[in-house]
Design a protein around this ligand. Structure first.
Ligand code: FES
Length: 546
């Protein structure tokens, strides 16, 4: 293998690799603005200049292919001087916006100004003023003054969603980006330009001015929007989710996330009006739903399930974790000796594309397949219509999603429903048990390529607050310090489904020995040959393929 020496370190490389890539793989930091690992190389910001022995002048590391025997210096006097100069140029017209800029705290320009700048400016003339508030599309706001013309956003639109909606206009100090006349930056992946923008020029119209990043906590998890299972990070302040961003996983979503997943998978978690927050039972006396405590709701569910008058249909959910579905299956099998456990698929062909979005708009259909839980059959729908099932036990789904459900909803005598959002079928519920959303629990999803991935609690529920010591809620701010942003704000009286089922099982005289979701996971893995011996540690931060 050919070898290169960078800062006195001899490194092997694959032919075709650039100096920047080799240095990065070896943990040697070379600053870069315009270079991005997911995009083509443009080489226009010049901050990555390095000194190569026998080269007549400095060269940009991002666009220079390594050669055998090359000797590179990234911290020599010449390099430091060049970095100082590039930073000085970039900051000439850059506004001093950091105190009001959303990007502050996670801004490359801010970080590099400290690390590679001189700390002083020799520019005494008037700065170049430009427009600070240009809506480029429904989701992205553009501040012309902050842009450093790195062209990442332009290349991104051309190369990833393949919607060339942005371009440069003008020259010199007047150069700026814009959309084509009469067009907007409006594609299914438009918001990725916000993270790849190395400064605060492109910001989210949904997150703008809502929080400083050092006041937030961040939790790595998985997008529940479709069966791709994009890796994400949830940002929380005062126990409220304020944003979701993509997290790099080259086996799943590269560096990207679709706008639908980014915007539609968290607002309902915060929504006090939409969430089911209290256990509810149907009163025999008044025939209306009344709010009760957890103990009463669990007793009522156990009472209805004890000596059931008729067949029970258990409805699992591809929106829920492996742990929840496994516990429901165990509940059906061990207590009721029932194999009648199904789920309602959620396929939307018009949603899928050849970038990330999959037609299956559930995060865990792969997990249900592993557990041997099948989609509801035509025969079972006919049985519902014939009134064969007197009881339906359903988690995290809505029976009225089945076509022609009006033919059978009224024929079900008793329904016990674990819900985080109200739905049409919940109007008929005998017992409603408020369950936690994906953003409030530990658990696992299995994506369409059989990759098992971990979700983690990003916001705290009432129950977790009580048990906070028992839960592995790790919240670190951007700087790695423990952050208590969940100690304020609202919290809901909800519980994980596996836990609710464990309680009801106990009321029925069955002991499920689960103290936490990992214990459920370990037990379910023991029933799947390819996952024998797995625990949460086995999955790792990037998931594990079965
Ligand atoms: Fe190399 Fe911009 S990162 S020129």
């Amino acid at each position: 293998m050919p070898k290169i020496t960078i800062d006195k370190k001899e490194l092997e490389f694959k032919p075709g690799q650039t100096i920047l890539q080799i240095a990065r793989d070896a943990g040697i930091k070379i600053p870069h603005f315009c270079w991005h690992p997911g995009l083509s190389i443009s080489g226009n910001c010049r901050i990555c200049l390095v000194e190569v022995e026998k080269f007549p002048k400095l060269t940009i590391a991002c666009a220079t292919a390594a050669m055998d025997g090359m000797v590179v210096h990234t911290k020599s006097d010449k390099v430091v001087k060049a970095q100082n100069s590039v930073m000085e140029f970039l900051l000439i017209n850059h506004p001093l916006d950091c105190p009001i800029c959303d990007e502050a705290g996670e801004c490359k320009l801010q970080d590099y100004a400290y690390k590679y700048g001189t700390g002083i400016s020799r520019f005494e003339e008037e700065k170049n003023y430009k427009d600070k508030r240009i809506p480029l599309g429904p989701n992205v706001m553009f501040d012309q003054e902050r842009c450093i013309s790195c062209s990442r956003c332009i290349r991104y639109c051309d190369e990833i969603p393949k919607t060339p909606q942005l371009t440069f206009i003008q020259r010199g100090e007047k150069v700026t980006i814009t959309t084509f006349p009469g067009k907007e930056l409006d594609n299914d992946y438009s918001m990725n330009v916000i993270e790849i923008c190395p400064v605060g020029a492109l910001t989210s119209r949904h997150f703008r001015f809502r929080a400083r990043v050092w006041d937030m906590s961040f939790t790595d998890t998985i997008c529940p929007g479709c069966s791709r299972g994009c890796n994400t990070t949830i940002g929380v302040r005062n126990n409220e989710i304020l944003r979701i961003e993509p997290r790099q996983n080259l086996n799943v979503n590269d560096y990207w996330l679709c706008d639908w997943g980014r915007l539609n998978t968290y607002k309902y978690v915060n929504d006090e009006k939409l969430r089911v927050k209290t256990p509810t039972i149907l009163s025999d006396e008044t025939d209306t739903h009344i709010k009760v405590g957890w103990d009463e709701a669990i007793s009522k569910a156990a009472y209805e399930l004890n000596n059931p008058k008729g067949d029970i249909l258990f409805v699992a959910s591809a929106f829920s974790t492996l742990e929840d579905n496994y516990t429901l299956k165990k509940f059906a099998k061990e207590i009721f000796k029932s194999e009648e456990i199904v789920y309602i698929p959620n396929i939307d062909e018009s949603f899928g594309d050849d970038i990330l979005k999959k037609p299956d708009k559930t995060p865990n259909a792969g997990g249900l397949k592993l557990l041997g839980i099948k989609p509801i059959s035509e025969q079972q729908i006919t049985n519902l219509k014939n009134g064969r099932y007197k009881i339906v036990y359903i988690i995290n789904d809505d029976l009225s999603r089945i076509p022609d459900s009006k033919d059978f909803l009224k024929k079900i005598d008793i329904s016990i429903q674990h819900l985080n959002l109200k739905n049409k079928f919940s109007e008929e519920a005998t017992v409603i048990l408020p369950e936690s959303t994906y953003a409030e629990i530990n658990g696992t999803f299995v994506n369409f390529r059989n990759r098992v991935q971990r979700i983690k609690p990003a916001v705290v529920t009432l129950e977790q607050e009580r048990l906070i010591g028992e839960y592995s809620i790790s919240r670190l701010d951007k700087f790695g310090a423990q952050n208590d942003t969940w100690s304020h704000g609202m919290r809901f009286n909800v519980r994980p489904t596996w836990k609710i089922l464990t309680k009801i099982a106990k009321s029925l005289g069955y002991e499920f020995n689960f103290e936490n979701s990992e214990e459920v996971f370990v037990e379910l893995c023991s029933t799947i040959p390819a996952m024998k011996g797995w625990d949460y540690e086995t999955i790792g931060p990037k998931g594990k393929v079965i």
